[in-house]
Design a protein around this ligand. Structure first.
Ligand code: SF4
Ligand code: SF4
Length: 365
C-alpha cells in the first residue's frame, strides 16, 4: 500500500448544452430558472475546441442537448467537429427546428443517434404540456425522417401527474415510431420543474402503477424495445446513484462554458464551477475543487459513511441534499436512513385535486 490516491478515470460521457434557447416551454424543464441568453453562448470555435479536448481526455459519447440544439444554426458544424474528435454523437432534441433536409445533413456529417422527446400521445394534451402548438405532429414527422435515414432512435418521455396514466400508450407510440429504446423519466424537481411541483407531482398510486406497466412492457417487448426507467425517488426507500457518482462518469458543459458534474449543480452555491474559457477541460475534470468535492466516499457523513450501499448510490443526489437539507454533503433525503426523509415525504403531500395550471419555461424568466 502506497497510500497514493487512485488516478481519476476519464469521463465516459459529456452533456453539451449547446443553448438554452428552445421553441418549447415545458413546465418540467430541468434547465435553470436563469437561462443563458444567446449573446453569452459559446461560439462555434469554442465548442469545436471543447470537443477536441473531450476526445483527448477520453470522453466516448457526447450528448448534444440544450434547450433545443437545433436552435443553433451551426449544429451541422458542431456534429462534424464532435465526430472528428472521435466522439459518438447523440442529438437530444424536441424535433422543432429540424427539417428532413437538415436531419439528412446531420446524418451525412456522421450523427450517430437521435433522442427525440415527446410530451404526450395525443396532440392536444402533448401540445399543452410542451407549450407549443403543432409540436406533437411535427415530432411524429421527425421520427419518420429518423427512421428513413436508418438512424437509431430513442424516445424520451418525462412522466408527471397529468400524463403518467397514459404510459401504456407512450410505450405503444415508441414502438410504432420504430424506437429501439424508450426513456421513461419520472419528473425530477429541478429548475423549472420545481416551480411546477404542485401541478406535476404524481401520486404514489400512479408511480406504483407506472412501475408495474414498465415491468410488464419490458417482458412483452424484450428484443423489440429497451425501456430505461427513471423512477420517482421521492417515493423510494433509497436514492438513485445520481450521475453514476459525482465526477465519476460524466460532465456537463453549459451554454456559456461552465463545466459541472451535474446539470442541476448550480444550486450548490459554495462550489465554484470553472469555465472552459478559463481552464482546460482535463484540468477542470481532474483538479477543480468542484469536481473533487464529492468524488469517491471520503466526503461522506453518517449514515452514508458506514452504509453498505455507499458505493452503489454514492449517497444519492447532492443537489437534492442541498435543496432539502441545506447541506450538499448530507445524505440524500430520498434515503429512508436520512433524518430528513420525512421532510421529503411532506413535499409529496399534494392533494390529488391540486391545481393543474403551469408556469411555462421562458428564456426571460
Ligand atoms: S424540456 Fe422542453 S423546454 Fe426544456 S429544453 Fe427540453 S423541449 Fe425545451
Ligand atoms: S445511507 Fe447513504 S449510502 Fe446508505 S442507502 Fe442511504 S444514501 Fe445510500
Amino acid at each position: 500500500m502506497t497510500g497514493a490516491p487512485s488516478p481519476i478515470a476519464p469521463p465516459m460521457a459529456m452533456l453539451a448544452e449547446l443553448t438554452h434557447r428552445c421553441p418549447l416551454s415545458c413546465p418540467y424543464c430541468s434547465n435553470p430558472l436563469e437561462l443563458t441568453k444567446r449573446d453569452a453562448e459559446l461560439s462555434t470555435e469554442e465548442w469545436c475546441d471543447i470537443f477536441r479536448q473531450a476526445g483527448a481526455l477520453g470522453v466516448l459519447h457526447v450528448h448534444l442537448s440544450g434547450g433545443e440544439p437545433a436552435s443553433r444554426r451551426d449544429l451541422e458544424t458542431l456534429v462534424t467537429a464532435a465526430r472528428d474528435a472521435g466522439l459518438y454523437t447523440n442529438l437530444i432534441t424536441s424535433g422543432i427546428g429540424l427539417t428532413a433536409a437538415r436531419l439528412k445533413k446531420l446524418a451525412d456529417r456522421g450523427l450517430d443517434h437521435v433522442q427525440l422527446s415527446i410530451q404526450g400521445t395525443e396532440q392536444e394534451s402533448a401540445d399543452r404540456f410542451g407549450g407549443y402548438k403543432g409540436g406533437h405532429t411535427r415530432k411524429l414527422e421527425v421520427a419518420q425522417w429518423v427512421a428513413e435515414l436508418g438512424l437509431p432512435l430513442t424516445i424520451n418521455a418525462v412522466m408527471h401527474r397529468q400524463n403518467i396514466d397514459r404510459l401504456e400508450h407512450t410505450i405503444d407510440t415508441a414502438v410504432a415510431l420504430g424506437a429501439r429504446r424508450l426513456e421513461v423519466a419520472t419528473v425530477q424537481f429541478q429548475g423549472w420543474a420545481a416551480k411546477n411541483r404542485t401541478a406535476l407531482l404524481p401520486t404514489r398510486a400512479q408511480v406504483e402503477a407506472a412501475t408495474r406497466t414498465v415491468e410488464a412492457a419490458r417482458e412483452r417487448l424484450a428484443g423489440t424495445l429497451v425501456i430505461d426507467y427513471v423512477p420517482a425517488d421521492y417515493y423510494a426507500r433509497f436514492p438513485k446513484p445520481c450521475m453514476g457518482g459525482w465526477g465519476k462518469v460524466g460532465l456537463v458543459v453549459t451554454p456559456s462554458g461552465e463545466v459541472k458534474p451535474c446539470h442541476a449543480a448550480d444550486i450548490i452555491k459554495t462550489l465554484d464551477f470553472q469555465s472552459v474559457r478559463d481552464a482546460a477541460l482535463a484540468d477542470i475534470w481532474r483538479e477543480s475543487p468542484a469536481f473533487n468535492a464529492f468524488r469517491g466516499i471520503d466526503w461522506m457523513q453518517e449514515p452514508c459513511r458506514t452504509c453498505d450501499r455507499r458505493e452503489l448510490d454514492f449517497g444519492g443526489c447532492r443537489c437534492q441534499a442541498m435543496a432539502i437539507a441545506g447541506d450538499a454533503a448530507a445524505t440524500d433525503p430520498a434515503c429512508e436512513k436520512s433524518p430528513l426523509h420525512a421532510r421529503l415525504q411532506d413535499l409529496t403531500q399534494i392533494a390529488e385535486d391540486a391545481p393543474t395550471d403551469f408556469v411555462y419555461r421562458t428564456l426571460n424568466g
